[in-house]
Design a protein around this ligand. Structure first.
Ligand code: MN
Ligand code: MN
Length: 309
C-alpha cells in the first residue's frame, strides 16, 4: 500500500470519526430518520469527502441496511437501540465505521459487550492471523456477557471503490474460514451482538442498491438510469434519495423503486434488504476500519486517538 493510498484512507477515517462524533452528540429519540441520515451525509460532503454508502440507521432488532426513503416519515423511537453505520470515501478509499446508541437503560450491557468485543478484536489483529481467530475473540466476549454474536453478518476486506472485497472476518470461530489477514490490506471489523437468535433474516424493505453489472445491462430500456447512477456512485451502494432528478424523469418515486427492483431481478443491481433478528430482540454493532501496513503495524483509521500524528 503506497503512502498516497494510506493518506487517503486516513483522511477518510478522520472524516468518518467526525461524523460519528456528531451522530453521538445529536441523534435523539423523536428525530426524523430522514433528517438524521441527510444531515450526516451532508456533513461528510462538507468535510470534503463522499459517502461510501447511504448512512445506515438500523433500529432495535434491525441489524443493518436500513436508511431513510426519500419520503420517510419514520422517527427514532423512545427507548430504542440505534445503530449508525457510516461509510466515507476519499477517491474510492473507504473508512467504514459504526456505533450503537442505546436510549434505554436496559441495553447498556449489550452495547458494552459489543464495544468490548471490537476492542479485543482490534488488539488481536496482526498480519497473518486467521480471520477465524478474530471471530473467536469476538464470540468469546459476547457470549461471556450472555448475548449471541450475529453469525451471518461479518467484517470484510475493503478495496478501491469496493466495500466487500471478498474476504470475510466472521463474528464467531468459523472452522470453514481458512483465510488469514494479509499485509498491505484494509479490513472492517464489525461485531454484532444480539438478545435474539444471533441470525438475521432479510426483510421485504429495500432501501439500498448497488450496480452489479454495468456493461451487460446496456441493452435494457433502463440503461440510462444505470448510466446516471454509475456516473455518481460507480459500484458503491446508493439510496433513491441521491437521485431526485431520476424520480422526476421516471414519474415518481414508486416507479423508480419498481425499476430498481426489476433491475435487481435481472442481475444489473444488487439489492440490500434490511437485515433483522427476531421481532422484540435488540442488536448492537460497533465497527472500525484497520490497515495492516507493510512494516507490520496496525492502523485504525476510524479512531483518531490511536492514529500516530
Ligand atoms: Mn459499516
Ligand atoms: Mn462494514
Amino acid at each position: 500500500m503506497d503512502e498516497e493510498v494510506v493518506r487517503k484512507y486516513l483522511r477518510a477515517g478522520e472524516i468518518a470519526e467526525k461524523v460519528k462524533a456528531r451522530a453521538l452528540r445529536e441523534v435523539r429519540p423523536g428525530d426524523k430518520i430522514l433528517d438524521v441520515v441527510t444531515s450526516l451525509e451532508n456533513y461528510i460532503r462538507e468535510l470534503g469527502a463522499e459517502p461510501a454508502f447511504p448512512v445506515n440507521i438500523s433500529i432495535d432488532n434491525e441489524a443493518a441496511h436500513r436508511t431513510a426513503y426519500i419520503d420517510d416519515v419514520g422517527t427514532v423511537p423512545e427507548e430504542s437501540v440505534v445503530k449508525i453505520d457510516i461509510g466515507v470515501h476519499v477517491d474510492g478509499y473507504i473508512a467504514d465505521t459504526a456505533i450503537t446508541i442505546s436510549f434505554s437503560d436496559k441495553y447498556g450491557d449489550l452495547v458494552e459487550a459489543t464495544r468490548e468485543a471490537l476492542d479485543r478484536a482490534l488488539k488481536a489483529i496482526k498480519p497473518g492471523i486467521r480471520a477465524s481467530d478474530i471471530g473467536a475473540v469476538i464470540e468469546k466476549v459476547i457470549k461471556s456477557r450472555g448475548f449471541k454474536p450475529v453469525r451471518n453478518l461479518s467484517g470484510h476486506s475493503l478495496a478501491e471503490y469496493t466495500i466487500h472485497a471478498g474476504e470475510t472476518i466472521p463474528n464467531y470461530r468459523d472452522p470453514l474460514n481458512f483465510n488469514r489477514l494479509t499485509l498491505g490490506s484494509a479490513y472492517a471489523i464489525e461485531p454484532f451482538a444480539s438478545t435474539g437468535r444471533g441470525i438475521v433474516h432479510e426483510e421485504k424493505r429495500i432501501n439500498i442498491y448497488s450496480i452489479r453489472r454495468y456493461t451487460k445491462c446496456e441493452e435494457l430500456p433502463e440503461d440510462q438510469i444505470i448510466k446516471e447512477v454509475f456516473k455518481k456512485v460507480r459500484t458503491l451502494p446508493f439510496s433513491e434519495r441521491w437521485f431526485p432528478e431520476l424520480i422526476i424523469v421516471v414519474g415518481g418515486v414508486s416507479r423508480l423503486r419498481e425499476i430498481f427492483k426489476n433491475l435487481s431481478s435481472s442481475g444489473c443491481l444488487t439489492a440490500y434488504p434490511v437485515l433483522s433478528d427476531t421481532p422484540g430482540s435488540r442488536v448492537a454493532q460497533f465497527e472500525e476500519t484497520v490497515l495492516l501496513l507493510k512494516d507490520g503495524s496496525v492502523l485504525v483509521t476510524t479512531q483518531r486517538d490511536v492514529i500516530p500524528t
